[in-house]
Ligand binder design. Structure first.
Ligand code: GLC
Length: 429
C-alpha cells in the first residue's frame, strides 16, 4: 500500500476508538461529575442550629444527592419570623424549608408561602404525633408543617426550699404568692416567681396560661370573639402585676425572656419559674447549682379552673418558591422521624412531637419527668390559630407590657387591647 494511505489507515484505526471513548466520556462520566447535590436551605435560631449540627451532617452523609444548609438566625421567634416574612414579601426567598413556630402556620399558609403536605403523608403516619402539634400545622384542612419538636409551658419549683418550709407544691396563684413571700421573709431565697415579661412573643405565650387559669380567653378562633376585657382576663393581668407589687418577682422581670429567667433560677435565686421544658436539661447539668433540687408540675390556676400550658413547638414546612420540594420533603421526613427525634431529645432535653417517645425507656432513663410532660402538652392552651395572629400578638404584647410596667391600669390596657383586636379581626373578616 502507498505509504501515505498506510499511515492514514493507521491514524483512522487509532482515531476511531479514541473518538468512541471520548464520546462515552462526554455522555456518561462528565455529566456525572457535574451532577452536584441539590442544595436546600432553611433558617433557624442560632442556639438550636448548633444543636442540630451533627444531625445535619448525618443527613448530608446519608443523602449524597442533597446538601442541606442551615442558616443561623436570631434566637427570638418573632425576629426569625420577620426574616422569613421579608424574604417572601421581597420575592427572592432563598429558603426551601421554613423551620416554623406553631403560631406562624396560619399566616404563612394564608399568604400562600407554603406548599400543602397533605398528599405526602398518610393519616396513619400522622396519628403517631401529638394531636395539638398536627392541628397546629393545619390551615383550612391542609397540612403545612411536619412537627419536629413540641413545647409546653410549665411550673418549675425548688423541692429543697418547699421541704424546708414544709410546703407542698402550689396549685393556685394565691398559694404560689403566699409560699414565695413566706420563704422570702425567712431569707431562704431572694425571689419567689420568675416568668417572661419582656415585650416579645414569649409574653402572650406565658399569658395564655394565666388566662386559662382564670377561665378567660384571648380570641375564640371559631367565632373570632375577643375575651381580653372580660373581668377574668383583667384578674389575670392583676395577678402578674401583683407579683411585682408584692416583690415576689424582681423588677427586671418586665425585660426577661426565657433565658434570663432560666439563668436566675439556675443560680438558686428563686423558688418558682415558668418556662419551657428545654430548661430542664440545663438546670440538671453537673455544674448547675440547682441540680437535683427542683421538679416540674402543671401551671398554677385559680380555684375551680384547670391548669393551662401554652402549646409551643417547631416543625418544617416547604416553601412555595422552592425549586426542590422533593429534596425538602426528605429533610422534613428525616427531622420528624422517630430515630432522629429520639437522639435529638436525648442530646438536648427538648420535647418530642411523637407520642411514643414520652414513654421510651431510653428517654425515661435519662429524663424521668417525660411521662408527666405528656400530660402537660396534651392539655395545652392555644394561642389563637388565626391568619392575623402576628398582629393580634403584637397588640397584646404592647398593652400587656404597658400594664405590667405600670403605664396603664389592667382595665385600661385590656379594654384597649380588646378593642384594637376586634378592629383587626373585623377588618380581616
Ligand atoms: C418557644 C415555643 C414557641 C414560642 C416561643 C416564645 O420557642 O416553642 O412556640 O412562640 O417559645 O418565646
Amino acid at each position: 500500500m502507498n505509504p501515505f494511505f498506510k499511515r492514514l489507515s493507521a491514524v483512522i484505526r487509532f482515531a476511531i476508538p479514541v473518538a468512541v471513548c471520548l464520546c462515552l466520556v462526554l455522555v456518561t462520566i462528565i455529566p456525572g461529575l457535574n451532577a452536584s447535590p441539590v442544595k436546600v436551605t432553611l433558617l433557624m435560631q442560632a442556639l438550636e442550629a448548633a444543636q442540630w449540627e451533627p444531625f445535619v451532617q448525618e443527613f448530608n452523609e446519608k443523602h449524597p444527592d442533597i446538601e442541606l444548609e442551615i442558616i443561623e438566625g436570631p434566637n427570638a421567634t418573632n425576629q426569625v419570623e420577620d426574616l422569613y416574612t421579608s424574604s417572601f414579601l421581597l420575592g427572592n426567598s432563598p429558603y426551601d424549608l421554613v423551620f416554623m413556630d406553631i403560631v406562624w402556620v396560619p399566616k404563612f399558609a394564608a399568604a400562600g408561602w407554603l406548599r400543602s403536605l397533605s398528599d405526602r403523608v398518610s393519616s396513619a403516619e400522622l396519628a403517631d404525633f401529638l394531636e395539638g402539634d398536627i392541628n397546629g400545622g393545619r390551615y383550612q384542612g391542609e397540612l403545612y408543617r411536619m412537627p419536629v419538636r413540641s413545647d409546653g409551658g410549665m411550673l418549675y419549683y425548688r423541692t429543697d426550699l418547699l421541704d424546708q418550709g414544709g410546703y407542698k407544691p402550689p396549685n393556685t396563684f394565691t398559694e404560689l404568692l403566699d409560699i414565695s413571700q413566706t420563704l422570702q421573709k425567712q431569707n431562704l431565697v431572694e425571689w419567689g416567681y420568675l416568668w417572661q415579661g419582656k415585650q416579645y412573643e414569649g409574653l402572650p405565650a406565658m399569658f395564655v396560661e394565666v388566662l386559662a387559669g382564670y377561665g378567660a380567653f384571648w380570641v375564640d378562633p371559631a367565632t373570632l370573639e375577643v375575651g381580653l376585657d372580660s373581668p377574668e382576663a383583667i384578674e389575670a393581668v392583676k395577678f402578674l402585676r401583683s407579683t411585682l407589687e408584692k416583690q415576689v418577682s424582681p423588677p427586671g422581670i418586665t425585660t426577661y425572656a426565657e433565658e434570663e429567667a432560666r439563668r436566675l433560677f439556675q443560680n438558686g435565686d428563686a423558688v418558682f419559674m415558668r418556662n419551657w421544658p428545654y430548661a430542664f436539661g440545663l438546670l440538671s447539668a453537673d455544674d448547675s447549682p440547682v441540680q437535683g433540687k427542683f421538679a416540674i408540675k402543671p401551671m398554677v390556676h385559680a380555684p375551680n379552673y384547670p391548669s393551662g400550658a401554652c402549646l409551643g413547638g417547631w416543625g418544617l414546612g416547604i416553601t412555595t418558591s422552592s425549586k426542590h420540594p422533593d429534596a425538602a420533603w426528605e429533610v422534613a421526613k428525616f427531622f420528624s422521624s422517630e430515630d432522629i427525634q429520639r437522639r435529638f431529645i436525648l442530646a438536648t432535653g427538648y420535647v418530642p412531637s411523637r407520642r411514643a417517645l414520652f414513654n421510651d425507656l431510653e428517654i425515661l432513663a435519662k429524663y424521668p419527668h417525660y411521662s408527666q410532660l405528656l400530660e402537660v402538652v396534651e392539655n395545652a392552651a392555644l394561642r389563637p390559630p388565626i391568619a392575623q395572629y402576628a398582629q393580634a400578638s403584637d397588640i397584646l404584647q404592647r398593652y400587656l407590657s404597658a400594664a405590667i410596667t405600670d403605664q396603664m391600669t389592667p382595665e385600661e390596657a385590656m379594654n384597649k387591647a380588646a378593642n384594637e383586636t376586634r378592629r383587626l379581626l373585623g377588618a380581616g373578616s
